[in-house]
Design a binder for this molecule. Structure first.
Ligand SMILES: [Zn+2]
Length: 374
């Protein structure tokens, strides 16, 4: 078991002052060029967060996102490398993995003047606050036509290391309560850039789903004196029927009450709060199992599976100690030609209805023909 802090990125600045970080494979030396684009000044603090008194959830309001890039032609891809520093967000002849601040952030990248504390909605009045936080884009590869599943192990591990680096750095900011790394893949779920990439949101509050899962875990601790997610994991590992793949350090399974036509959760077999707590062997195992699951996804249908990949991470705050880092993957694809739309029951009531059993999804993913896997 080897502890690691992972690679340190090479830092540079984009024309409007945003930070860009180059993460490199062993033997590669990033070579950022000047970004010579005439970019307008960033609108600092153009977002706010509002508290919804009806549900107890915060909502981020970011009007400037209306102008964001929508399906640019391939020769204007903002994530392809730009050796001249003139035509994309990545001023370099090539790169392995880059992270930069989103030009159209849902949460402002500005830092508060002093330690920022989100106002507490105590007196029943409407509450709003500046939308502090940070939104970053992570490009998984300079290859426009790659996908996460097509990365080799070392390259995929570099993405995981970049996620860890950002998790550690962003959780250290006093205004940040949660760091969420995720990938939306496929036009079917509204992705406007096909270049393989993900996003990293650093929220000034706990997201509703995280808050409700922690509430469940706290109640479970009171009732049973055990960790809820560890118990779920142990139960899945003992039953086998919903296991998809895994090894001695990592387990991938379809959850007992899966909500999506395709849904897989990946847990390290040891409870940790977030990626920064995993050791080197666990990170290698997680990377291998993640790639395995994504490859199985793309073997289900003739076309690549649209999916959302969501890293559930928790800070070391005592209020989040029951959190168990894991990745939840989900897809809206019900068949080769049909998508599941989130309609009345799901969108309005958060009440999911599914027409496939979790056990049958697990069996299909388990039995993927290796010969058909790319
Ligand atoms: Zn591209």
């Amino acid at each position: 078991m080897r502890e690691t802090d992972g690679p340190e990125p090479v830092r540079a600045s984009l024309a409007d002052g945003r930070e860009i970080l180059f993460f490199a494979l062993p033997g590669h030396q990033p070579d950022p060029r000047p970004d010579i684009r005439p970019l307008p000044d960033r609108a600092q603090l153009a977002s706010e967060v509002r508290f919804d008194r009806a549900t107890g959830d915060w909502v981020a309001v970011a009007a400037l996102r209306q102008d964001r890039t929508y399906k640019p032609p391939a020769d204007q891809c903002p994530l392809c490398p730009s050796a001249t520093g003139a035509v994309s967000e990545v001023p370099a002849a090539d790169y392995d993995v880059v992270v930069f601040e989103n030009r159209f952030p849902s949460l402002s990248g500005a830092r508060p003047d002093s330690d920022f504390v989100l106002p507490q909605p105590l007196d029943g009045q409407p509450v709003a606050a500046d939308g502090y936080g940070r939104c970053e884009v992570i490009s998984f590869s300079s290859d426009h036509d790659a996908s996460f599943a097509s990365l080799n192990h070392a390259h995929a591990r570099l993405v995981v290391d970049a996620w860890r680096h950002r998790t550690r750095s962003l959780l250290a900011l006093p205004e940040v309560a949660q760091v969420f790394c995720f990938e939306n893949r496929g036009e079917d779920i509204g992705v406007t850039l096909t270049h393989p990439h993900g996003q990293i949101y650093a929220y000034p509050y706990l997201t509703p789903r995280t808050r409700s899962m922690l509430d469940r875990a706290d109640a479970h601790r009171r009732d049973h004196d055990t960790n809820l997610f560890a118990d779920i994991l142990a139960s899945e590992r003992s039953q086998i029927s919903r296991i998809v793949t895994g090894d001695e350090l990592t387990t991938a399974f379809v959850p007992f009450a899966a909500r999506w036509p395709v849904e897989v959760h990946i847990y390290p077999n040891r409870q940790v709060n977030n990626l920064t707590d995993l050791d080197d062997d666990e990170l290698d195992s997680l990377t291998a199992v993640y790639l395995d699951v994504l490859t199985r996804f793309d073997s289900l249908y003739p076309t690549q599976l649209p999916y959302i990949s969501a890293l559930h991470q928790y800070s070391s705050d005592p209020a989040q100690q029951e959190g168990f880092f894991h990745i939840e993957l989900m897809s809206v694809r019900r068949s080769a030609t049909k998508l599941k739309f989130l309609a009345g029951s799901e969108s309005a009531m958060d009440a999911f209805i599914t027409d496939v059993t979790p056990e049958s999804i697990a069996a299909r993913l388990r039995d993927v023909d290796p010969a058909s896997r790319r």
